[in-house]
Design a protein around this ligand. Sequence first.
Ligand code: AMP
Length: 420
Amino acid sequence: MIPAVRGTHDILPGEVERWQRVEAVSRRLFERYGYAEVRTPIIEREELFAKGTGETTDIVQKEMYAFTDKGGERITLRPEATPSLVRAFVEHSLEQAMGVPKIYLFGPMFRYERPQKGRYRQFHQLDVEVFGVADPAVDAEILDLAWSLVVELGIEHVELVINSVGCPACRPAFGEALVTALGQDLGTLCADCQRRAVTNPLRIFDCKVPQDQPVIDRLPHSLDFLCEACRTHFGAVERHLAMYDIPYRVSHRLVRGLDYYTRTTFEILAGNIGAQNAILGGGRYDGLVKQLGGPDRVGIGFAAGIERLVLAMPDAGAGEARTPLFVAAMGEAARESALALLRDLRRGGLEAHMEYEGRSIKSQMKRADRLKAAFALILGDEELSRGEVTVKNMKTGEQAPVPRAGVLDHCRALVAGGRE
Ligand code: AMP
């Protein structure tokens, strides 16, 4: 047996219904808010992420599945969606086509991380982005959308955490203040933090090493270094959140691991899924479109991990109600009529099954049980000669003959009754 690649997983019947539910609920929600679906390729040029996600990020430095293709081009499996969506926005001038592009995407992402519960090498995200609106009302719309997603999926014990990381005008001073505040202590921090102090000091707040925490806890907060415009923006985001009645906590440590964030950053954490508890994260990225060769347009968005949403979702209501029917045939002559009945039921919009191997009626009924069939439709020589089908209620065991010509309508009524 050749097993699946480490850090990847199959999504099998029994679990896939939860995935379908996440997709159905989020699609309906996104469309209500005016977002349109976009599908981009899974492979992109490596430089898109080097420039977009950032050369100094863990994703680009350590986690990308990048390779040279047969034409000599550097290609990567996308580790996140935002740079791809920015590329598509620029490449197809979506602004002309859509006015204010509000888009979403579902799909697999790839990062060479250490696999554990809730962390995979191939995982799936749903991703939402808006381009071209600087007003804090759009930050609030995105936060409201993220919060509504979690609420509509029935996920409980969640917390929205927000922060502002400033902009190119105020962030450099904050970075310097961090390095100054660290002073001699920098030498005591982990190797990653020492590297971050040089490349992007804000990311020291991402450090999880326990020994480093007392030093990090004493560092200054980004909110105290915001310029006037960033401070006003953050205040407006908070006021909007109050208007939407969405509870949140401000955390100065929420800087997020990517280079492109400006101003608003946020995450939603779930209390019931273990150590990898961030189910959703995002923020504003006002310089990214220009940095990737597009017009000077602002942007904001978030990505949710579908594995983690599925893990955090309650069991109830995960699957759609089904009423399977099972067609059982006794004898060769009945078999052909049974196949025709199966065809009619399926074409008539009903879920119907049959066993093709010509086993005994007993083993066919066992199969019907296994499929959780609500009704069995039995056809034997006797039924054939009378032009009837025996319909058996699998729960009560009751059975009754139904004329073959009326059986589709009869079954439709049974199924409709079962769904009430
Ligand atoms: P990020 O792009 O790192 O901000 O991730 C956004 C969301 O994607 C996170 O909040 C997680 O829910 C999910 N996610 C990120 N990395 C992984 C991973 N390796 N495995 C599973 N889910 C992930």
